[in-house]
Ligand binder design. Structure first.
Ligand code: NAD
Ligand code: AHE
Ligand code: ZN
Length: 369
């Protein structure tokens, strides 16, 4: 069949919207009509050429929602008409990682996913004879995509696609980092670096967890008002702080943060996020992804004296189990999404989403098909 998609032909170039070929689902695969897709900073990270795993040409997008159109042989858990959210972190429930119950990082299809291919080592997307890569196993910047069954979460049918698509990455990552990875407890002091599409969900997760002080750090002063609505108690603009940021944050938190979160992808901020944590117990969680060649560093003494450095992917969530529950939280009014979706656009205008991200005008842009 044919599908309309935004194709990344080369690193650093705008995406090109075109019609291309899509093969149907093979064994264990599902054809999905994508109804909406958020644009995450990770899409921009790969588009820019900073991602060591970046492949071109490819169809980006990993924050979608849609409807099952067809299923391949052997698919048992999904049928035509089911509403689904694609998962860049699948949940096979059979691999060593899934069975361990210690991680959400299912390994069943990670190797082929990282090569931009389906689990059988081929791509469903092509332009004539030329292969086009999948991206993060999802490719939600295509109106139709093929996904492995284990990488789809079935969700309720009354949930609006143009809102719950955001649960496919940003919402789950931010809230999950607080609840699953850090396990923030009531009364804790939390510092959040970066108040964009991920950081504001960390703020909302910290509020849900009953945190006491929730301190947001961002160089964009326009983030303050929205972050306050989501539970931030104090805003710090590093450009306005006299002297070093770390001692300033330590004094604001009575000796250091119980938990900090880096939601930017900047290795200098990752160090500051660790070092603003409380001696003896502070835990710093890295969420941001940093480009090829970037490395983190600190004095080992920071860890010797009890600070803990952690990271999280997809907020530690097991997608097929946890994503339907997070959709329920949204539908029940326990969490908020609408205010964070600041822009919507048709696929033809997808490059505007990257411009809005860079200018700091958007929190999340959502492409609606
Ligand atoms: P975003 O562009 O929406 O937000 C980034 C925010 O950081 C902006 O508000 C910006 O003003 C702020 N910022 C930039 N430089 C700063 C600085 N020096 N000091 C303080 N604030 C600064 O991006 P996003 O979609 O929220 O993604 C954030 C990061 O998280 C990216 O690196 C993305 O790739 C990563 N991410 C990781 C996961 C995961 O599973 N680990 C999931 C989603 C996104
Ligand atoms: N390919 C990059 C790493 C990118 C990365 O860390 N991705 C996160 C999700 S970001 C979503 O917006 C993730 O899930 N990582 C775990 C995994 O298995 O990819 C690189 O540096 O090579
Ligand atoms: Zn993402």
């Amino acid at each position: 069949m044919k599908t309309r998609a935004a194709v990344a032909l080369a690193a650093g170039k705008p995406l090109e919207v075109m019609t291309l070929d899509l093969d149907g689902p093979r064994d264990g695969e599902v054809l999905v009509e994508i109804k909406a897709s958020g644009v995450c900073h990770t899409d921009e990270f790969t588009r820019s050429g900073a991602d060591p795993e970046g492949l071109f040409p490819a169809i980006f997008g990993h924050e979608g929602a849609g409807v099952v159109v067809d299923v391949g042989r052997g698919v048992t858990s999904l049928k035509k008409g089911d509403h689904v959210i694609p998962l860049y972190t699948p949940e096979c429930r059979q691999c060593k990682s899934c069975l361990s119950q210690k991680t959400n990082l299912c390994t069943a299809i990670r190797a082929t996913q990282g090569k931009g291919l389906m689990p059988d080592g081929t791509s469903r997307f092509s332009i004539g004879k030329d292969l086009v890569h999948h991206y993060m196993g999802c490719s939600t910047f295509s109106n139709f995509t093929v996904m492995p069954e284990i990488a789809l979460a079935k969700i309720r049918e009354d949930a609006p696609f143009d809102k719950v698509c955001y649960i496919g990455c940003g919402v789950t990552t931010g809230i999950g980092a607080v609840i699953n990875t850090a396990k923030v407890e009531p009364g804790a002091n939390v510092v959040v670096f970066g108040l964009g599409g991920i950081g504001l969900n960390v703020i909302q997760g910290a509020r849900l967890a009953g945190a006491n002080r929730i301190i947001g750090v961002d160089i964009n002063p326009a983030r303050k008002a929205l972050a306050e609505q989501f539970g931030m108690t104090d805003f710090v603009n590093p450009k306005e702080v006299q002297g070093d940021l770390v001692p300033y944050l330590v004094s604001l938190t009575d000796g250091g943060a119980d938990y900090s979160f880096e939601c930017v992808g900047n290795v200098e901020l990752m160090r500051q996020a660790l070092e603003c944590c409380h001696r003896g117990w502070g835990v710093s969680v890295i969420i941001g992804v940093a480009g090829a060649g970037q490395e983190i560093k600190t004095r080992p003494f920071q860890l010797v004296t009890g600070r803990v450095w952690k990271g999280t992917a997809f907020g530690g969530a097991r997608g097929r189990t946890d994503v339907p529950k997070i959709v329920d939280w949204y539908m029940d009014g326990k969490i908020r999404i609408d205010e964070l979706i600041t822009h919507q656009m048709p696929l033809e205008d997808i490059n505007k989403a990257f411009g809005l991200m860079h200018s700091g005008e958007s929190i999340r842009s959502v492409v609606v098909y």
